[in-house]
Design a protein around this ligand. Sequence first.
Ligand code: ZN
Length: 292
Amino acid sequence: MYIISIFVYKYKYMKFFTSFGFWSKKVGAKELETNMVFGKADLGYFVVLMVISLFYVVQNSPGKSVQQLEDAVKTMNLYEERLKMNLHSSRTAGEGTERERERLLMAIEERIIGFLYRIPDYSYMGSLETYLKYRPNLLAQFPAAVPLGKGDYSISSNYGRRIHPISENEKKHYGIDLAAPAGTKVHATASGTVKEVVYSKKGYGTYIVMRHRFGFETLYGHLEKVLVYKGETIAQHQIIGTVGDTGSSTGYHLHYEILKNKKKIDPRPSFELKMKIYDELFLSNSGTKGVE
Ligand SMILES: [Zn+2]
């Protein structure tokens, strides 16, 4: 394929460009004349070019990437099984299984990282749960917690379709609304950097956008106070602002969004993720201690 295209390129590129009017602006009056010499050879080149473009379109088509994602999920599930088996045998066996587990974890590390970048939302996290138990520090690097303290809030609107409270039009709500008293502390749900701090009278009002690892971003809207600056490095759970009702808001609440690879996704499954893994970790650790 490439050899053909290089060959054709070498001998026909002049004719090709002129025939498509690429140089028409420069050659001016020659345009008509050159357009008429579009012959068999040019057609051949055109066909080759179309085949190459088609090849790239197929390579990068959504169908192909869905297939790649499915394959990656299958692979991850296999690793998950191996880790689970190792976890079970470690209860009875000793250091050998621990060494084997470390080797396994090292071997799959890079694939897991790649997988975390690729997945479109939280529905794929299930394949990583056992892995995350061994690498819980990863749960600090992408949104895996609630942005408000326990008992500080109630969910007033979920992600999905709803009637907008002000415009009364039905539209998609791209985040979760957490009703809370004015001044309630807002925590970063993952470590990362502050991408944007915006003070607006409309929309999200005063809001912060944070950038995290693996293609995640979070947005905290309708804030009263902002306690961070653009470009600042933030730790997970660090206080970044306070709950307000700036912008188009009908009461004190935090509008919270998660973006994954530039697309807004449902943040709900992220809320209990860290707690769930840590709870299970605690249970399994206290379990083994009991046996010993
Ligand atoms: Zn909202």
